[in-house]
Design a protein around this ligand. Structure first.
Ligand code: K1U
Ligand code: ZN
Length: 202
C-alpha cells in the first residue's frame, strides 16, 4: 500500500469531473487500498478519488470511532429525499485548517456499488449524509468553500486610480489592493484564487 499526495485547493485539477468506473480491476483495488490508507494517515473521514488526482467516481469513507470500518462507494448516485437542510461544520483534506458551516439536505438516498460489485441502496441521515454529499461534490469538481466564498471584483476608476478587489464571504468584506489602474493584471485569476484561500484562512 502507498500514501497518495492529496491535491490542495486551489489546484485546478480539483475541478475535473470524474468519469464512471467501468470495471473494478486489480489497479482500482490497489487505488482503493491506497486511498483508505491515505485517508487514515490524513485523519479524514472520507476521501474522493479526485483529491488524489484520479478522476473516477470512487469514494472511500470511515465514520467509525476505531477507524476499522472503511466503506467504498463506486459510481455513486446521491438523491435528496427531503427539502429540509441541516448545517454542519465541514472540513476538507484539500483545504487544510478551514472549517465552516455548510447546509445540505438532511436525508439522502445513496445508490452505488461497493468494492465487491455489490449494490448499495441506502437512505441515510446524519454524518453519513453530510460526508457523502461532500465527497460527491469532489467528484463533480465542487469544493466546500464554493458554498461560502462569494466574490466580487471592482476597478473603481471614478474614485481612485487604484485597482482593487472586493471579496465577500458570508461573514465579512475584504478589500485587496492590486496596483494602479492600467498595469498588467495577467495574473489576476491566480492572485484572485490565491487571495481567496488566504482570506478563507483568515
Ligand atoms: O473529502 C474530504 O476532504 C474529507 C473530509 C470529509 C468531511 C468532513 C467533515 C464534513 C464533511 C466531509 C474530512 O475528513 S476533513 C477532516 C475532518 O473534518 C474530520 C476529521 C475527523 C473527524 C471529523 C472530521
Ligand atoms: Zn473535501
Amino acid at each position: 500500500m502507498a500514501l497518495l499526495p492529496i491535491l490542495n485547493y486551489p489546484d485546478p485539477r480539483l475541478r475535473t469531473i470524474a468519469k464512471p468506473v467501468k470495471e473494478v480491476t486489480a489497479e482500482i483495488k490497489t487505488l482503493i487500498a491506497d486511498m483508505i490508507e491515505t485517508m487514515y494517515d490524513a485523519q479524514g473521514i472520507g476521501l474522493a478519488a479526485s483529491q488524489v488526482d484520479r478522476h473516477i467516481q470512487l469514494i472511500v469513507m470511515d465514520l467509525s470511532e476505531d477507524k476499522n470500518s472503511p466503506r467504498v462507494f463506486i459510481n455513486p448516485k446521491v438523491t435528496p429525499l427531503v427539502e429540509e437542510k441541516q448545517p454542519y461544520e465541514e472540513g476538507c483534506l484539500s483545504v487544510p485548517e478551514v472549517y465552516d458551516s455548510v447546509e445540505r439536505p438532511k436525508k439522502v438516498r445513496i445508490e452505488a456499488l461497493d468494492e465487491h460489485g455489490k449494490k448499495i441502496d441506502e437512505e441515510v441521515e446524519g454524518l453519513l449524509a453530510v460526508c457523502i454529499q461532500h465527497e460527491m461534490d469532489h467528484l463533480n469538481g465542487v469544493i466546500f468553500v464554493d458554498y461560502f466564498l462569494n466574490t466580487a471584483f471592482s476597478c473603481v476608476n471614478e474614485y481612485s486610480e487604484w485597482m482593487f478587489l472586493i471579496l465577500e464571504n458570508k461573514k465579512n468584506f475584504y478589500v485587496v489592493f492590486l496596483g494602479k489602474c492600467g498595469t498588467n493584471i495577467g495574473k489576476l485569476e491566480l492572485l484572485f484564487v490565491g487571495t481567496l484561500t488566504a482570506l478563507a484562512l483568515f
